[in-house]
Design a protein around this ligand. Structure first.
Ligand code: PLP
Length: 459
């Protein structure tokens, strides 16, 4: 009998050498991004002031099926990849389920999440094109940390605009980014026009992601040799994250397995898009038909209660318009929301696939998410990021259904990262002060009614 290992790591030879571009196999393409001033589809050149050329090209490329991963990026990946595919034997046993549960663990690097997979690619291409610096914003700090690691490795400067209240509340996140030599500025700051304007109006504000984005973009477009980078939502980010799914598919093939159900948490859609990529390819080509489930917070329900519409990608309304599931760019999750995944929109690729019926979505309440997180930590010994715990919640629910129906399904989920920097949220759950808040239809209507009007396309 073949023994099945708890953890399967691919060898360096077995690791993918190419990313997979899901758009090449989509039957219908996502709607084009629009230039916010002309309302015409964006051209690649129009992205050059913001993104470096190769990344602008990747953003617009819907036909190249496989993209060679440059050797320098492969060499960086080899430091922390392959990530393991793990069978959750102990959780299965505890749940007394006939289901087999596998998870792909992306938390094995200092940034603590899958975000490093795209940060590495973005820093590498910028450096290769001779740029000297990048700017970005960060809220909770995972993206800022991943990008700081990547920029330090590829030797390019980084300025992170960190939302002021996080800057004050998360000194350890700041310290990690400093370790990797990133320049961190509390936003709003007096280093940009946008920041000075906000400070003049409201000197004691704690800042917002929208404001941090405006400052980061302003710094990028006004500094010679600088560009702006983003850690989720974009097509290029899903391309880079396909490494997660490609490794998983190879590992499952080695085990003689194929998932019946694939589950991932969804903030902007990058880990989910990456994990499902090669399985969605099978689905699009009619080779297999796994169920694919996106899991989102009930307090920020873009897929399950949002609208499929053109919207700004940022609160500051400076980015191009993308057609996606959105709650409106002005949407802010309730202040008691602690579980991450607070972005108002969703990857245009995943939005299109969801709209066309290729995947499902569920929304879960945060106390149920933290309950699942604590159970998982005890049974599997990994303390999950609250974001990842959304996928754990839905996996447990599906495994319990298998117990009830007696079906031995194979479930695969993405464990995107670790939760060491989220202990305030864990404490609030453990001390019973965490509450659930589900926005009312009226709450959502406030931001949905502000969706941009586009003559002839969206009235
Ligand atoms: C950022 C983050 C997410 C959500 O982002 P996606 O782009 O939806 O993948 C999920 N898990 C962790 C650990 C993260 O840091």
């Amino acid at each position: 009998m073949k023994t099945i290992p708890h953890r399967l790591y691919l060898t360096e030879e077995q690791m993918p050498k190419k990313w997979y571009n899901l758009r090449a196999d989509m039957i219908e393409q996502p709607e084009p991004m629009l230039n916010p001033s002309t309302l015409e589809p964006i051209k690649e050149e129009e992205l050059y002031p913001v993104f470096c050329k190769e990344l602008a090209r990747q953003e617009m490329d819907s036909t190249t099926r496989y993209v060679e991963i440059p050797e320098e990026i492969l060499n960086f990946y080899k430091i922390y990849r392959p990530s393991p595919l793990i069978r959750a034997y102990n959780l299965e046993k505890y749940l007394n389920t006939p289901a087999k549960i596998y998870y792909k663990f992306e938390g094995n690097n200092t940034s603590g999440s899958h975000k490093l997979n795209s940060a590495a690619a973005q820093a590498y291409y910028a450096k290769k094109e001779g740029l000297t610096g990048l700017t970005t914003e960060t809220g909770a700090g995972q993206w800022g940390t991943a990008l700081a690691e990547a920029c330090s490795y590829f030797d390019i400067d980084l300025t992170v605009f960190m939302v002021k209240c996080s800057y004050e509340q998360k000194p350890f996140r700041k310290a990690i980014m400093h370790t990797f030599d990133a320049d961190i500025i509390a936003s709003p700051s007096n280093t940009t026009e946008a920041g000075r304007k906000i400070l003049a109006e409201n000197p004691h504000t704690g800042g917002s992601l929208g404001c941090a984005i405006s400052e980061a973009i302003e710094k990028a477009v006004t500094t010679e040799g600088y560009r702006y980078v983003l850690g989720s939502v974009l097509n290029q980010v899903l391309l880079h994250q396909s490494i997660i799914g490609l490794e998983t598919k190879t590992a499952m093939e080695l085990l003689g397995e194929y998932p019946d159900i694939i589950i991932g948490c969804a903030g902007g859609g990058s880990n989910l898009g990456g994990l499902i990529a090669p399985f969605m390819q099978d689905k699009l080509l009619g080779k297999a038909n796994p169920r694919i489930i996106a899991v989102e917070p009930a307090s920020c329900p873009s897929f399950t209660r949002g609208r499929y519409a053109y919207d700004y990608c940022d609160t500051g309304k400076v980015t191009p318009l993308a057609k996606m599931y959105t709650l409106g760019s002005g949407f802010m999750p309730s202040p008691n929301h602690a579980g991450g995944l607070r972005y108002h929109g969703m990857s245009p690729i995943l939005s299109k696939l969801y709209h066309d019926g290729y995947m499902e979505a569920v929304a879960v309440e945060q106390t149920k998410v933290f309950e699942a997180a604590c159970l998982f930590a005890k049974k599997e010994t990994i303390l999950p990021a609250p974001e990842s715990a959304h996928a754990i919640r839905a996996t447990i629910d599906e495994a319990i259904k298998c117990r009830e129906s007696g079906e031995a399904k194979t479930i695969l989920f993405g464990l995107t990262g670790t939760g060491y920097f989220d202990m305030t949220a864990y404490s609030s759950y453990l001390e019973n002060t965490m509450t659930d808040y589900i926005p009312t239809d009226e709450d959502l209507e406030k931001s949905l009614s502000q969706l941009p009007k586009i003559p002839g396309i969206q009235e």
